[in-house]
Every structure is written in structure tokens, then in C-alpha cells.
Design a protein around this ligand. Structure first.
Ligand SMILES: [Fe+2]
Length: 239
């Protein structure tokens, strides 16, 4: 069984479209389907119709519940300015779908138990979980699964923690580790591969430039898509 693991799509349909060309039997989606990118509808619709299992991210929750984000700078600021457009571009049933996604899910695949959660088992929507064995040893003490899949950090990693495996596939739609290519993971026969793929980023950027965002906001967003990071936004998480 070939398992495709995706996270943090962030409404970047050109990136998701390319990632989905990866052959797979099962697709696990770890949340944050929306915000930042401005093509939310096809992303939500694909996950809704095709992902085998999906969980809710902090941005899905925020968009569904119309949470007001007060950020003067950084990714929080960009969340605030893109959220209104996100909500305009989704139908009520699509917003309801985001709000009803479970915050965590345990599934059995290939005789292994998987915990799927957007951020961390302690705080499924918001905790920033680094690639740190000590951190994960504490978090996994009472978790009875073989594999934990998380997203949220936008930085891919695979960690072996005792007998358990922690997989963060990185971000499909808004990588922030200095590599602008879409990031995802494939699991097959107990082997994990972190993969990167080029996608037509100019299509994503065209969507931003055609929007009603201010020129300064468009520039901030486009820099992250083009460079896979942002000097301006460094130090601001708002994952
Ligand atoms: Fe995210």
C-alpha cells in the first residue's frame, strides 16, 4: 500500500494538482487546507472527495468559524487579510466541511495504527512541534500508535522516537524551509520518503496578483511562494 501524506495545502491548487500526480492508494491530509493561497475551493473539494482521511488545521477552524485574526505583521497579518477572501470563495457547505473535520483521528493501515493530527497530540490545532526527539518522547508517552503524522510547522521531517515514527510531510502550498517546491511524504513498506516537486508557482502568484489584496500584501505573499521563505516574515509563525 502506497500512502501519500499531505499537509498545509493553504489553498495552493497549482501545487496540490502536481503533488496528486504521485501514485498512491491512500491519501492522508493533515489539515490547513485554506488561508494564504487564494484558490481554496478546488483544494477543499479535492480533499473532501478524495482524501481517505483528513483532520482539521488551525486555519480550517479559523476560516470555518470566522475567527478574527489580529496581526500587525508576519503570517498572522497575512492570515487576517486572506481569510476574508477565503470565506468569500468558499460555499457555505465547504466552510461547514472544514469546521466539521475531526481534530484528530486514529486509523489502521497495513496493520499499523496511525495518529493523524495537525499540530501535536497535546494541542491538535496549535502547538508547534519541532524535529526534536526529547520533545516527542514526552508527547508520545501515552500514545498507543506506531506512526504519528503531523503538519503545522511547514518544515518536513521524519523522526524515530523509540518504537514510534513521527512524520511531518512539510507544506504542499507554502513551504518555509527555503525550498519553494511543494513538499509531501510517501510511505510504502514501512519506508518513508520526504519528497519535493516543482509546480507552476507563477499560476499561484497570478491568483494573488488578480486579487483585491493591496500591492504590499501581494508582494509579501509572493515572496514566500517564490523563495520558500521570507526575510520580512522571519520570526513570525502563525502556521
Ligand atoms: Fe499551516
Amino acid at each position: 500500500m502506497r500512502i501519500l501524506v499531505v499537509a498545509d495545502i493553504h489553498a495552493n491548487w497549482p501545487a496540490l494538482e502536481v503533488v496528486l500526480q504521485e501514485p498512491h492508494d491512500v491519501c492522508l491530509c493533515l489539515g490547513d487546507l485554506v488561508d494564504y493561497g487564494l484558490d481554496p475551493a478546488p483544494c477543499v473539494e479535492w480533499v473532501r472527495q478524495h482524501a481517505t482521511h483528513a483532520v482539521r488545521g488551525n486555519h480550517d477552524h479559523g476560516a470555518a468559524q470566522n475567527v478574527f485574526v489580529q496581526g500587525k505583521a508576519g503570517f498572522k497579518y497575512l492570515t487576517g487579510v486572506t481569510r476574508a477572501i477565503t470565506r468569500e470563495r468558499l460555499r457555505p457547505d465547504q466552510l461547514r466541511y472544514l469546521g466539521r473535520l475531526p481534530v484528530s483521528k486514529t486509523v489502521t493501515l497495513n496493520d499499523s495504527r496511525f495518529l493523524l493530527v495537525h499540530a501535536s497530540p497535546r494541542d491538535p490545532l496549535d502547538e508547534y512541534a519541532p524535529a526534536d526527539v526529547e520533545f516527542w518522547t514526552r508527547r508520545l508517552q501515552h500514545i498507543d500508535v506506531e506512526v504519528v503524522c503531523i503538519g503545522h510547522t511547514h518544515h518536513p521531517y521524519v523522526l524515530t522516537v523509540g518504537e514510534k515514527l513521527v512524520i511531518n510531510p512539510g507544506s504542499v502550498g507554502q513551504p518555509r524551509d527555503g525550498d519553494p517546491r511543494a513538499s509531501y511524504a510517501v510511505l510504502e513498506d514501512y519506508k518513508v520518503e520526504l519528497k519535493r516537486v516543482e509546480y507552476p508557482v507563477e499560476k499561484t502568484i497570478a491568483t494573488i496578483l488578480q486579487s483585491e489584496l493591496s500591492a504590499a500584501d501581494q508582494e509579501m505573499l509572493c515572496e514566500v511562494f517564490r523563495r520558500g521563505q521570507s526575510a520580512l516574515l522571519n520570526g513570525h509563525r502563525g502556521n
